[in-house]
Ligand binder design. Sequence first.
Ligand code: ARG
Length: 571
Amino acid sequence: MIDYKEKIALIIGKSMSLDSNEIKSFIEVPTNTEMGDYAFPCFRLAKELKKAPPIIAKEIKEHLDELSNVEEMSLFDKYEVVGGYLNFFVDKYSYIKDVINEALDKGEDFGKNTKGDGKTVVIDYSSPNIAKALHIGHLRSTVIGNSIYKLNEFNGYKVVGVNHLGDWGMGICRTIAGYLLWKDEYDFSNDPIKPILEIYVRYNRIEKDDPDFKSHAVEALKRLEAGDEEIVKIWKWIVDLTIENNKKVYGLLGCKFDSYNGEAFYNDKMDRVINELNAKGLLVESEGAKVVMMDEDIPPCMILTSQGTTIYATRDLAALLYRIDTYNFDKCLYVVAAEQTLHFKQVFETLSKMGYEEYAKRCEHIPFGLVLDSDGQKMGSRKGNATTLEELFKESIDKSLKIIEDKNPDLENKEDVAKMVGVGAVVFNDLANSRIKDEVFDWNQILNFNGETGPYLQYTYVRTRSILRNIEKMPENADFSKINNKEGYEVTRLIGSFGDIISSACDKNEPSILSRYLLDLAKAFSRFYNEHHIICDDKDVQDANVLLTFVTGNVIKKGLMLLGISCPEKM
Ligand code: ARG
């Protein structure tokens, strides 16, 4: 695609002794398109040139007036001085032609970036504690992580998705202890995950009223850590069952994990952490425990408890050393709730002190806010709310099916469409706002086909496709000067910025940049659609409109895919 900033820098460079890269870095994109497509602000030059910005802008303009023989000038309709800015209006015809042709040529790869080529990113996401079902508390990490995975992949990175399971310690040992106590009361012959999950709940309920009951789990943990054969076998069985069960939800979401190495995987890799910390003299005694002191005003990072056992942070350090050796990562991202901010600060600082400063700098915690219900209560904390993600998605799919049956009873593959709509609705709601904000979970909003929702975007895509079904043959090319209206130009401008959006959503680990963009694009397309007849008597106009409609649909579909949302062809 034409790099307009570069072209502007080039022509301005003909009249100023400024480096063209520097000029390029000054150029802005005005939010108000009345002010042009690009603006060159002259404020920063005022001091150096000892002139007022509007004078500088005027002088540059006068120089440009003399450049009519320069080829690049034809890319612009006009340029004008507004205050201290020189504003450029691109020639809409060349712009539209350039963008649509690029989108058609590149197809699936339109907007793709190569900045990640040859680089590896590890994304630690979802990472539930094992022995219970995925619940609402796992929604955000899973959904945000999944989109960040896809965004990185599309930006050229080699991605390693890691599900750092909490598969060791008291949690799973409560289930093991309960199993030992009550296994005869349950039937494990088919769908054994059900009784396993029940046992977990039952054990916790008893322990809540009778704290001494904990001793069973403590005993199980002791045996597990000692490598007791019977217990290790039960442990493995439960881990595998829960992973299998979680995969039902991952399947619905299209989540990919390249590794399920959880905390247990690092049991034999913790000595190295202790040894390296000792070798650097970093471990200090504190109330019987071993800790690493932090520089900042934050509590020390505990490495060994007073009983001499390793903890969560120790395992994360072992995991980091392993990830450095195995993946030599360029980025290591942790998509984990904001509650764990301190933990990750401590872990990254400890890694740095151990002598891995470079890798520590490449680590980043990607925090996010809570999920609240429509009354502002933490979701899942109230009775009656779906508790597991499996139930939550089932509810969403059922509700979507009802809506579809209402709106379009003759639709084929209703079940498949309901799945895409139901899942997409929940996912989009999670990604619609900057991740650090709390998310409000309100069924009425989430499934509103006219709101700022997943179904609205899917519906817009479906509409682009149904328009195209009205024509006999897709045009191969068109005269894009026929799209000589504001609405069509707005749509094209958004399409033209798709690559930048993808790139910045990836750099900032912020899928909401893409979600907001898709809403803008869908709204711009609706305005175009409402104001103009896409299918019309003038074949040339129609061809141009049809190709614009086609690439708009493609971008919406691709964008949704990068958020982890599938698109039906009809709905
Ligand atoms: N299992 C942890 C939890 O449920 C999250 C793990 C996040 N990843 C990590 N490497 N610490 O809170």
